[in-house]
Design a protein around this ligand. Structure first.
Ligand SMILES: *Cc1c(COP(=O)(O)O)cnc(C)c1O
Length: 460
């Protein structure tokens, strides 16, 4: 036996780990337990490959560790709630928009049997989209509205249903990447629509579009993408949406405008365009996400001309992109909150954006006090919070963060990790060697849970 083979002979045997009492007695499915043990043994094998003196756990210890991992990690509900102390309100990695209490209740209520596609008066089949349409049409000021699973799906469906056979015209200045390496032009291409690039990276003119629309191989649609996550400065030129809309109308080609952020205009700081403004400017179909500035669940909203929306709704692809009952319930509740009127949209996103710096500072002070930290040693930092979610680039909100003390010169990264792994998990901001708890995106109702988590992570 070679040295390298004998080194692996020390590895615990899968069958023996499975037979050890902590795992044998665990009620989880045998296939899951086996998978877990195999993966653990594989990772130990990799360790031994790098370091043949690596200490190995006993069979019993490994079985105990894996039985605990089953309960703590594998079988626990996921995703798990976290407290967002990063100061980024629409945090893409933390689930974007926090839903209102009404939207959460609506999701739970819809989870069992519900009248999703059922007309109670007639007892006949209905459409899952019918109850949303009046709210959507009124709020978005659109002839008609359709809903799919996310903003990307809305672009995909619009380009598929409206962009064939001639393809879509898209400015090179709007060939944006929206995150996680997804690109608007590639989504259009994935829809089967030829992307016909016009203009240059920094400058696109109306005559570029005019030329693209002339000839004996006309494109089927124009695609416009809002530069949602960056800005262009310097020697730049772009065509205003209303000018492009006039051209599209004159040539009889639909204009699809991917707005992305989906603001309805109330309770959002900055100058982000709204869905209504895009429609008023003459876009024929506007697409956006439900979980950005709308403050709702992950969804893709399509709003615009009745005949075009109908073509999207009737396209075979629409079936593959249709949202489930819980999403629709949460979206309906979110639109209803927008529709109830009054100045105050009762959604967490709007409340968080509207909170005054003074109120955040008062809560931060209260946090420190509740933790028993001496008042004169509390440290605060003025921070810039962000709406986030790839919307409003550079638009920030003044905010305030509590600087966490670090007992025994605990390293900032180590403290932040401890908080992330705590219960409830707290995601902080580490900046300049400090751990900052920014209250902008923390629901006041979570302050008590935040105090508990901080107390657990910072003993003494
Ligand atoms: C966010 C965004 C999308 C994608 O929306 P998802 O809901 O994340 O799929 C598409 N286009 C633009 C301009 C965006 O900002």
């Amino acid at each position: 036996m070679s040295a390298s083979t004998s080194r692996f002979a020390r590895l615990p045997k899968v069958d023996r780990v499975l037979a050890a009492s902590p795992l044998r007695e665990h009620p989880a499915a045998a296939s899951l337990k086996k998978l877990l043990v195999q993966e653990a043994v594989e990772s130990l094998r990799a360790r031994l490959r790098d370091d043949d003196a690596h200490a190995l756990p006993s069979v019993e210890a490994l079985a105990r560790e894996l039985a605990e991992a089953l309960d703590e990690r594998w079988l626990r509900p996921h995703p798990r709630p976290v407290i967002n102390a990063t100061g980024v309100i629409l945090h893409t990695n933390l689930g974007r928009a926090p839903l209102s209490a009404a939207a959460r209740d609506a999701m739970v209520a819809a989870a069992g049997y519900c009248d999703l596609e059922f007309e109670r008066a007639s007892g006949r089949r209905g459409s899952r989209f019918t109850p949303l349409r009046p709210l959507g049409r009124a709020l978005l000021e659109a002839e008609d509205v359709h809903v799919v699973n996310n903003g990307g799906a809305a672009v995909l469906l619009a380009c598929t249903a409206l962009g064939l056979p001639g393809g879509v015209v898209l400015s090179r200045g709007q060939m944006i990447e929206i995150g996680d390496r997804f690109r608007v032009a590639e989504m259009a291409a994935a829809a089967g629509a030829r992307v016909r690039e016009v203009g240059s990276t920094n400058r696109t003119h109306l005559h570029d579009y005019e030329r693209a629309l002339t000839g004996d191989d006309p494109p089927s649609a124009i695609l416009w993408a809002h530069l949602s996550n960056f800005r262009q400065e310097g020697f730049v030129a772009s065509v205003a949406l209303h000018e492009l809309a006039a051209l599209a109308r004159a040539r009889g080609v639909p204009l699809i405008a991917d707005l992305g952020s989906g603001s309805l205009g109330r309770g959002i700081p900055g100058d982000e365009p709204t869905i209504q403004e895009y429609l008023r400017a003459g876009a024929d179909v506007v697409t956006c996400s439900g979980d950005k500035l709308l403050g709702g669940p992950q969804a893709g909203i399509m709003a615009g001309r009745a005949a075009l929306i109908e073509r999207c709704r009737r396209h075979p692809m629409a079936r593959a992109l249709r949202p489930d009952k819980c999403t629709l319930a949460a979206l309906h509740a979110t639109l209803a909150a927008h529709a109830r009127g009054g100045d105050d949209v009762a959604l967490p996103l709007q409340r968080m954006a509207a909170a005054s710096v003074e109120s955040l500072r008062a809560r931060a002070r209260q946090l420190g006090r509740a933790l028993g930290w001496p008042e004169d040693q509390l440290e605060f930092r003025a921070t810039r919070a962000a709406i986030g979610g790839g919307s409003l680039p550079g638009a920030t909100l003044d905010s305030v963060a509590l600087v966490l003390p670090r007992p025994g010169a605990l390293e900032a990264g180590a403290l932040a990790r401890r908080l992330r792994l705590g219960e409830p998990p707290v995601v902080t901001r580490v900046q300049g060697g400090e751990v900052l708890v920014d209250l902008r995106a923390v629901e006041p109702a979570d302050d008590e849970a935040l105090i508990q988590a901080l107390r657990a992570a910072l003993p003494g």
